[in-house]
Structure formats: C-alpha cells, structure tokens
Design a binder for this molecule. Structure first.
Ligand SMILES: [Zn+2]
Ligand SMILES: [Zn+2]
Length: 281
C-alpha cells in the first residue's frame, strides 16, 4: 500500500497524509471538547469550512513557499556567521544541540510573532488566526499562508544560521515521539476548548490556558511563545492571571467570513476595517 502511495504526485501524498491526521485529530479532540469544554460550542460551527481549507492548503503551500527564503538565509549564513561558532556547536552532544535548537527556534519565533502583532502590515495577515470568537482545536489551522511562512521563517532561521537544524548523534527512540507530539498534536491541544490544567507544568510548557490568553481580546498582546512560557517571562509579556480563562476572544477589526475573502483581504489595498464600522453591516 505504502509503495503504491509513493508513486502518487507529492501534493496527493500530502493530501492523503493530511486527511489521516485530520481523522486522528478529530478522534482525539472532538470527544474531549464535548467532555471538558471551557465554553459551550458546536462541532459544525461557523468558519469550519475555512479552517478545513487552511488545514489542507497550508501543508501543501508552506514547505514550498518556505524553501526560497530559508535557502537565502542559509546562503547568507554561510558567508556571515564565523565558522568557529558553527564548529563549536557541531561538536556539542546531541541533547545540547537539541536544547540549543529549541531555545534558538523559540526565541526566533517569539520575536517573529511579536512583530506580527505590532507591525500593521504583518498584523493584516496574522489577525486571521486571531479572528475566531471561540477557540477549538481546529483554530490552530486558521492562518494565512504568508503568516505561516513568516512565523516558520523566524523559527527556523536561527537553526539554519547556527547549523542546528540536524542534530548529530543518537537520540534513541524517544525523540521521534516527542517531535511528533510536539510538532503536530500539541499546537492543536493549546487551541482546544478543553479546560484541563497542568499544575506546575503550565510554567514550563505552553498549555491551553497559556495560549487561550494569547487569543484574548482584552488584554491583548501577551504569551507569544509557541512552546516555552519562560521566553515570555524573560521578555516581559507573560500573562497568566488568577482568572482562568478569557471571557472574550477575537479581534477589534472586521474579518470576512468566507475563506477566499480572508485570503485576499491582507493583500488588498483597502483600509483594514475596524469591527465597529463594518462588522454588523
Ligand atoms: Zn498571535
Ligand atoms: Zn493561536
């Protein structure tokens, strides 16, 4: 079966793989969101069609769009980063390199994400991810392809610059499981409508509570890290208040409901409309 699938065009293989992941994620999260909901919600809620569109489109587009800028970063790093730095890191143990890679990627992502919230042209793209007024696991997929590429570029560029993208040495059988969970399931979990608490772990790793506050309408602009809340603590943007969950999620601007409208709006020259002007029109 696998041999047959390998003969398919790459986009079809991506499509089959993504469909498999969607089935797995649905089996995991839909029952949990029924049993442990923070806010009552439906599976077939508004915007689900657009979110499914992003789920498939971004997988196929992101790696293609990312290749060129990341190649340019690697080319520049080859000439600009002193060889002694890369060489010292090359000789470090596997886990030192893995930890350095995680920290470098997190710091890169943090600043890319923070810029997306503060630079108006970047916010036009990123606001799509923040537009839902309720969160569930599938909101993780809602991201304009340009937004996704910028975020990943900031996360991956430090790894390319420091040559930490491919940790050398033996990791044992644990790493593929950790990377698979961390890279694929965890981002869906932190968006999920699940009121689980994680005790002291909430200060060590991003959890639903940490990321739900990132999506809060008021206050906004906090908890930018993707995995490590300590990065927000260091840069003064950590927000974990006594109140457990935000009352209101979303953005102050109006957002088209249709998927096509969302994809086009950031590219148009029209003024980004505030919600008070056009949301109820
Ligand atoms: Zn954000
Ligand atoms: Zn999010």
């Amino acid at each position: 079966m696998y041999a047959i699938i390998r003969t398919f065009p790459p986009f079809l293989v991506d499509l089959i793989r993504q469909t498999g992941w969607l089935v797995i994620l649905t089996i995991i999260f839909v029952p949990l969101e029924r049993l442990f909901a923070i806010h009552p919600s439906k599976v077939w809620r508004s915007g689900i069609g657009a979110d499914l569109g992003y789920f498939f489109l971004n997988t196929i587009l992101a790696s293609t769009l990312l290749g060129l800028p990341l190649g340019a970063v690697a080319f520049a790093a080859h000439y600009l980063v002193p060889y002694s730095i890369q060489s010292a890191l090359n000789e470090a143990s596997f886990w030192t390199r893995a930890l350095a890679g995680l920290l470098a990627g997190e710091i890169g992502y943090y600043w890319g994400h923070r810029l997306m919230h503060t630079v108006p042209v970047l916010w036009r793209f990123h606001s799509i991810h923040h537009s839902p007024e309720r969160l569930d696991f599938l909101v993780n997929s809602r991201a304009h392809p340009i937004d996704l590429v910028i975020g990943r570029l900031f996360a991956f560029a430090p790894l390319v610059i420091l040559n930490l993208g491919t940790p050398a040495g033996s990791a044992g059988p644990l790493l593929p499981i950790v990377v698979g969970l961390g890279g694929t399931v965890w981002p869906f979990l932190i968006h999920a409508n699940i009121r689980w608490r994680f005790g002291p772990l909430e200060w060590l790793i991003a959890t639903p509570r940490f990321h739900h506050w990132h999506h809060a309408m008021d206050p906004a602009n906090q908890n930018y890290a993707s995995m490590l809340p300590v990065i927000d603590f260091i840069f003064g943007t950590l927000h974990m208040p006594q109140r457990l969950w935000p009352a209101l999620y979303g953005i102050h601007e109006a957002m088209p409901i249709s998927w096509a409208g969302q994809l086009i709006q950031p590219l148009s020259s029209e003024t980004f409309p505030p919600a008070s002007v056009s949301k109820n029109v």
